[in-house]
Design a protein around this ligand. Structure first.
Ligand code: ADP
Ligand code: MG
Length: 146
């Protein structure tokens, strides 16, 4: 049987590297006439749960996040060549690796594309923690773009 992806998912965090991964994902999807799902995950601020003692109302969280998310998605949309592609962009809130895995499961993804590094600042790491964790528990094949 020939592997022929119908759904390609890519995670973008606003970094140059994740945009490179997104272009690889877009080109892969185009070659296979696959659908491209572009995912941005924003973490809730540290301590939000701790201080309040219970999760914030989804609405409050969503409104505080939407500006940052919009920025990331806007920049990505401008730099990406999505010509001839069926694509969608989705914004998630939560832990990036878990949320990306959930989206892959939801959409029945055939491949998940991520950068080897992202917007993190821990330069001693060879591979980012999100990319690393996904190689351990993503529900589909993972393509790591250096
Ligand atoms: N919040 C996020 N939303 C979507 N994708 C993400 C997110 N964080 C990381 N990724 C994906 O994982 C790749 C690696 O990032 P990461 O593991 O976080 O490395 P770093 O530690 O350098 O930030 C990114 O290039 C991107 O494709
Ligand atoms: Mg990161």
């Amino acid at each position: 049987m020939v592997w022929h992806p119908a759904v390609v998912v890519v995670g973008i965090d606003g970094s140059e590297r994740s945009l490179r991964a997104a272009q690889v994902a877009a080109d892969l999807a185009r070659v296979h006439s696959a659908r491209l799902v572009i995912v941005t995950v924003v973490r809730p601020p540290e301590g939000w749960w701790g201080i309040v003692g219970s999760p914030p109302p989804a609405e409050a969280l969503a409104s505080s996040m939407s500006e940052a998310q919009k920025g990331i998605l806007d920049v990505a949309m401008h730099g990406l060549d999505l010509d001839g592609l069926e694509w969608e962009a989705t914004e998630e809130i939560g832990d990036p690796a878990s949320a990306l895995s959930d989206v892959c499961r939801d959409r029945d993804a055939d491949v998940l594309v991520v950068g080897r590094r992202g917007a993190g600042v821990l330069e001693r790491l060879v591979i980012g923690s999100v990319a690393d964790r996904l190689t351990h528990y993503a529900p589909c094949p993972v393509m790591i773009v250096p």
